[in-house]
Design a protein around this ligand. Structure first.
Ligand SMILES: Cc1cc2nc3c(=O)[nH]c(=O)nc-3n(C[C@H](O)[C@H](O)[C@H](O)COP(=O)(O)O)c2cc1C
Length: 215
């Protein structure tokens, strides 16, 4: 009930949970949160301080309130504010979709890193492109389609191998969807109904293989 970002309403409970977790483990504990639960209650800076004071080693902030869900744009003022009041590393998150945007957010907030979610779905190469831009100031191209395809197929094989055929086939579906949509939205949408119910791992792999080489 009070899980996830709803927990931000109860700062005392947040503090108790942080203390318990930090005391229970011998590894660094990090905390990720939204900016607050709604526009009137953006208490991420207060929680950031509580977190730092109780042993959290790194913070990640998604620049939206809970009430916003995924609506509107992520803002980075709260990240900037938090960066100004804690000394542990702060990671900025939300709506970062390009190398240029990543650089802008880092410069504006002073954050130590950026975290990417949706923009990497089907496009993990973006992470390398961002890293390259931040470290060298130069933009770089994504790999060729052929290179992408061989890595994508390797990824699917590894999922089947690691999770086993049944669960691996189920878990591959979202990646197949994201990769297909990333490579060709129109063909990807047409392909999806043909593949999403396939339950045999070899059939899934072969159908996806043929789709990729038809792009
Ligand atoms: C499929 C999916 C699963 C997610 N799962 C989690 C999760 O388990 N824990 C969490 O803190 N955030 C989760 N998020 C939120 C993201 O970590 C991130 O904060 C949010 O998507 C905003 O970043 P983005 O604009 O780069 O996607 C998830 C997001 C997506 C799209």
């Amino acid at each position: 009930k009070a899980a996830g970002s709803a927990l931000m309403k109860n700062e005392k409970l947040v503090e108790d949970i942080i203390k318990s977790v930090v005391n229970a483990v011998n590894i660094p504990v990090t905390l990720k949160m939204r900016t607050g639960w709604n526009e009137e209650n953006k208490n991420a800076p207060t929680i950031a301080k509580i977190a730092e004071d109780n042993g959290i080693k790194m913070l990640a902030i998604h620049g939206r309130t809970r009430a916003q869900k995924y609506n509107g744009d992520a803002e980075y003022d709260t990240v900037k504010k938090i960066k100004g009041i804690v000394s542990i590393p702060v990671v900025a998150n939300g709506d970062i979709t390009s190398a240029e945007k990543a650089k802008k957010v880092l410069d504006y907030t002073g954050a130590d890193a950026v975290m990417l979610g949706r923009a990497t779905q089907g496009n993990p190469w973006l992470v390398g492109q961002i890293n390259n831009y931040i470290t060298t100031g130069k933009t770089s191209k994504a790999p060729s389609l052929d290179k992408k395809i061989s890595l994508i197929l390797k990824h699917i094989l590894q999922i089947h191998d690691f999770y086993g055929h049944k669960m691996g086939t189920q878990l591959s579906r979202k990646h197949i969807f994201w990769y297909s949509m990333h490579l060709d939205q129109e063909k990807g949408s047409d392909f999806w109904p043909n593949i999403n119910r396939v339950s045999n791992h070899s059939e899934q792999y072969l159908k996806f293989h043929d789709f990729l080489y038809s792009i």
